[in-house]
Design a protein around this ligand. Structure first.
Ligand code: HEM
Length: 397
């Protein structure tokens, strides 16, 4: 499409006109357009209702976001990272010791998705008891496995659900899977959990203030499970897969880990968490993650056109957008796989985001101009991912 129509064109899909923008120099402008012109929330609200059956009275995404942000950064991020370390250990090591021979075989996707979602769920939604015991951790493993397996059934149906193309049998299946998840994540069930994150406390208060019924709260909590946990596992899967297929990259990451752990104040065996300082000091692993996301993260960044407007491009051209149509940015094609920006764009190069001196590389160019966003896996502008720090720390752990 890009070769035929250029870096901006309009198509008709599902009865809606969608203007696709593929010029990365123009993304920044769009990402910061006010909501009164390009709106993220009406499409998000539509998906919220269609997929998760969530309708919140007096819902304000801006207010929700303002409440969530402080619970995912700074001191709260450190607390989340520490809890994630404990829960990942429990899930990964506990499962292995519970197996009859000490070994269990699972596929790589299931291993990554399952471990991160289960540990992430325990971290955000709370654990069985605090301080934990061997028994309470075994319960955490069983309960989080139930949440994960049920969630995965729903997850696999999401594309059809979003398109509205479920068969009758699929619809029955989705109904029973959702009902089970709503029960598992109901406010009554969650009320007894220990070490609930400040993110959950704040979100539950927000739902109560909105006047959402207990049933609607449970639905919103399932939606949030997807929003917070749906991407980390797949990202970790791709990262591990690339490392396993690229021995040179694996050796470089191992070498870096040994160096930073050797410099750390405590021996690894005594660590109860990986200190943020260690996690933040891994340019090689950062580069591997950036390269992994460059090749695999493909968010559709969709905005509703609220008023007839002229959209200025970075090169001075201007295009008319019509009220009621949609604008779609698809960074997966450009910048992420653009041969003008990346040599061999389809190839995984673990050190692509490293300078010759080993520091993080930030300078990438298209048409002689430096790109503000050489890769956009976390979105940009007003709607940039709030959980980025937590996700990166979790995947690194
Ligand atoms: C590898 C993991 C993740 C990826 C790749 C990812 C990606 C994204 C992207 C692309 C967007 C923007 C969507 C748009 O503009 O259309 C977004 C938004 C968001 N993300 Fe993430 N995310 C990840 C993990 C997380 C986690 C762990 C959390 C929370 C704990 C989180 C919370 C959010 C929230 C609340 C928004 C909405 C922001 C808004 O409404 O403006 N994400 N994420």
């Amino acid at each position: 499409m890009k070769e035929k129509h250029g870096d901006i064109f309009t198509g008709l899909g599902g009865g809606r006109h969608v203007t696709v923008l593929l010029d990365p120099h123009s993304y920044e402008r769009v990402a910061w357009e006010p909501r009164s012109r390009l709106d993220f929330h009406s499409y998000a609200t539509f998906l919220m209702e269609r997929i998760f059956d969530v309708q919140l009275p007096h819902y304000s995404p801006t207010e929700e976001k303002a409440r969530m942000r402080p619970t995912l950064v700074h001191r709260d991020l450190q607390a989340l990272t520490e809890a994630m370390f404990t829960n990942l250990r429990s899930v990964l090591l506990g499962d292995a010791t519970e197996g009859a021979s000490g070994w269990r075989e699972v596929g790589l996707l299931d291993l990554c998705y399952g471990s991160l979602l289960r540990a992430g769920y325990l971290t955000l939604y709370g654990v069985e008891a605090s301080p934990h015991t061997q028994e309470s951790q075994a319960q955490d493993r069983a309960h989080s496995a139930d949440v994960y397996h049920t969630f995965r059934h729903l997850d696999l149906m999401l594309p059809k659900l979003a398109r509205g193309s479920l068969s009758v049998a699929d619809k029955d299946r989705v109904c029973s899977v959702k009902a089970h998840l709503w029960k598992l994540l109901s406010p009554v069930q969650l009320a007894t959990r220990a070490q609930r994150s400040s993110w959950l406390e704040s979100y539950l208060r927000h739902l109560e203030e909105l006047g959402a019924s207990e049933e609607m709260q449970a639905r919103a909590l399932v939606l949030q499970l997807w929003a917070t946990q749906g991407n980390m596992g797949p990202a970790a899967f791709w990262l591990l897969l690339f490392l396993l297929k690229n021995p040179e990259a694996l050796a470089a990451v191992r070498g870096e880990l040994e160096r930073v752990l050797w410099r750390a104040e405590q021996p690894v065996s005594q660590m109860t968490t990986l200190p943020q300082k260690v996690l933040d000091n891994m340019p090689v692993l950062d580069s591997v993650l950036d390269e992994t996301l460059r090749l695999t993260a493909a968010p559709f960044i969709t905005r509703e056109v609220v008023v007839d407007m002229a959209m200025p491009m970075a090169d001075g051209r201007e295009f008319s957008l019509r009220r009621g149509d949609r604008l779609l940015l698809f960074p997966f094609l450009s910048p992420q796989r653009d041969p003008d920006i990346y040599s061999d764009p389809e190839t995984f190069k673990y050190d692509r985001f490293l300078n010759a001196d080993g520091s993080e590389k930030r300078d990438f160019y298209k048409d002689g101009k430096r790109l503000k966003h050489p890769s956009v896996p976390w979105g940009a502008g007003h709607n940039q991912c709030l959980g980025r720090g937590y996700a990166v720390s979790s995947i690194k752990q």
